[in-house]
Each structure stands twice: as structure tokens, then as C-alpha cells.
Write a protein that binds this ligand. Structure first.
Ligand code: GLN
Length: 298
């Protein structure tokens, strides 16, 4: 796609650029056109969004305009705003994200809430061991480490590029020293000496392979396949984790898994066939859809 064709004769100040871009995004069916224009312009100018309004009449230099147009062009090609700006808010915290990691979703706060409900505030006598599988940006484990300091946190991730991102986020949030990060294909690199865990949790890939191409281009063309593709039926990673977790969990320990809104019954059936769990519960997200499967090891 060519550079967006902004009328050249006008002197472009912040107000005019925002108005033009909002209309342009709207006509290209880009979500939240005004906010997107503001976020991208603020990023191009290295401002906070509020600063745009404090300097509404400020003209843009040719260089600033060119930098902004490049961001608009990327968004028109459906690149997610979070990859363009390199950051995403989750749990009211800022996480650095690159195309090596799935962009944290608000739905995943449901998984974090379930984990927090299970984890007491740590005291010397009740320190728990927590393991996250497929940590990606590190958002989930970092929030848990911040909200429940004093427990022992482990996070595994298969992608080396993602591990780097998770590490940078954990350090930036001040929990780099309390989270043990390892490169591992699910449980493969775990050592027996690290067990047992009180809580294992994951937001694994759970989209059926055949459904991926029907998702929005923001997801299909930009987010890592590794974090989305749950094989033919979407349940492959969930099945593998459900069958492997019991040997790493304490009796009475908890496995929390994010799932697709229509996967609750199938995941419950997998857990039943596994015979290692005695309680299952399906928790709903803010939209009232099944989102997290909670399994308790016998
Ligand atoms: N919730 C994500 C989506 O629908 C999928 C994340 C995943 O597979 N873990 O885009």
C-alpha cells in the first residue's frame, strides 16, 4: 500500500492530522478510528495522548509527518496497534510486545483472577510454587509475582524470542529476580527437583487450525502461530497439558487453563478421561462466556 494521500497544501497541525486520519481510518473500517489516530500520533511525536490536546495547534514538521504516515500505513495493513507502538496494557500495567508474542487480551485477566483467588498472600510458612506454561510476553506470571510477592514463580516458553521479551518485561516491572524463566517445550525442560507445584496455569494455543484463517487479519497475519494453533481440533495443547500436569502437581494442586468459549464441555471430558482430577469448574469471562477451566488434582 502507498503512503496515505494527505492533501499537501494544508499546514498540518495536530488537530487537522487527527481529524484527517480519523476519517481515513473510518473509511477503511479500522476499529476505534479516533483513539487509534491519537495513539499513533502520540507515539510518532513521543508524547502522551493528553499532550496532543495541550498542543492542538502545534504544526508538524515534515519529518514528524512522514514518521506518522508510516505508522498509519502500517495500521491500514492491519498490523495491530500494540505491535506498532511496541506496548500493550494488561492489568493496568504496561507490557512491551513484539510480533514474537501474543498480545495480552483483556479476557486473560479472568485467568489471572482465578489464580489470585487460589493464591493466598504469602507468609514465610505458606510460600507456594507456581508454574506458567507458554508465558509469551510474561504478562500473566509478572502480574501474579507483583500481586502475590513471596511465592516462588516459574515460567516456561518454547520460543527464544518470546523468552527475551518476557525477561525484559519482568525486569522492567521489578520482578525479574523472583521469576525463574526457562526455554522449554511445555514440561520438557523441567527438572524433577523443581516439583511439586501448587498451581500450574497456561493460556495455551487453542484455536482449531482450520479456523485461524477466518480470524481478523490483525491476528492471522501478525500474531505468532505458535501461540494460537491448537492443531486440528484446537485441543491438542490443552490435552497435552491436562495429561502431563498431574505428575508435577501436589495432591490438591490446581491447574488453570484458558480455553475457547465453546471448549468447556470438551475440556471437561478430557479431564474426566485423564482420571487424575477430582473437581472441575468452568469460569466465565466478563462477557459471560466460558474462559477458564479449573481442575483440581486428586
Ligand atoms: N484468545 C485468543 C484469540 O481468540 C487466542 C489465544 C490462544 O489461542 N491462546 O485470538
Amino acid at each position: 500500500m502507498n503512503q496515505p494521500a494527505m492533501p499537501p497544501a494544508i499546514e498540518w497541525n495536530i488537530q487537522k492530522v487527527l481529524e484527517w486520519t480519523t476519517t481515513h481510518f473510518k473509511s477503511h473500517q479500522i476499529d476505534s478510528p479516533r483513539i487509534t489516530a491519537e495513539v499513533l500520533l502520540a507515539h510518532a511525536l513521543r508524547f502522551k495522548r493528553i499532550d496532543l490536546y495541550l498542543r492542538y495547534d502545534q504544526p508538524l514538521s515534515a519529518g514528524e509527518l512522514a514518521a506518522f504516515k508510516e505508522l498509519v500505513r502500517r495500521r491500514l495493513r492491519h498490523e495491530p496497534v500494540a505491535y506498532i507502538t511496541g506496548q500493550k496494557e494488561f492489568w493496568s500495567l504496561n507490557f512491551a510486545v513484539s510480533p514474537a508474542v501474543l498480545i495480552p487480551r483483556p479476557d486473560t485477566e479472568c485467568l489471572v483472577e482465578a489464580a489470585l483467588a487460589f493464591l493466598p498472600k504469602a507468609e514465610a510458612s505458606n510460600s507456594k510454587r507456581i508454574l506458567e506454561l507458554g508465558t509469551g510476553s510474561g504478562a500473566i506470571i509478572a502480574v501474579l509475582a507483583l500481586e502475590r510477592p513471596g511465592h516462588v514463580f516459574f515460567a516456561l516458553e518454547k520460543s527464544r524470542a518470546a523468552i527475551g521479551q518476557a525477561q525484559a518485561n519482568c525486569i522492567a516491572l521489578g520482578v525479574g529476580d523472583t521469576i525463574h524463566l526457562f526455554c522449554s517445550d511445555w514440561f520438557a525442560a523441567l527438572k524433577q527437583s523443581m516439583r511439586p507445584f501448587d498451581l500450574i496455569l497456561s493460556n495455551p494455543p487453542y484455536i482449531a487450525r482450520g479456523d485461524i484463517s477466518s480470524l481478523s487479519p490483525e491476528i492471522t497475519d501478525f500474531e505468532p502461530r505458535l501461540a494460537l494453533d491448537g492443531d486440528l481440533d484446537g485441543l491438542s495443547a490443552l490435552r497435552q497439558i491436562i495429561y502431563s500436569a498431574p505428575q508435577w502437581l501436589k495432591p490438591g494442586g490446581k491447574l488453570l487453563l484458558e480455553i475457547g468459549f465453546d471448549q468447556g464441555p470438551a475440556v471437561e471430558e478430557i479431564a474426566r478421561q485423564c482420571r487424575e482430577y477430582d473437581q472441575t469448574a468452568c469460569l466465565k469471562d466478563y462477557g459471560g462466556r466460558d474462559r477458564v477451566m479449573s481442575l483440581t488434582r486428586v
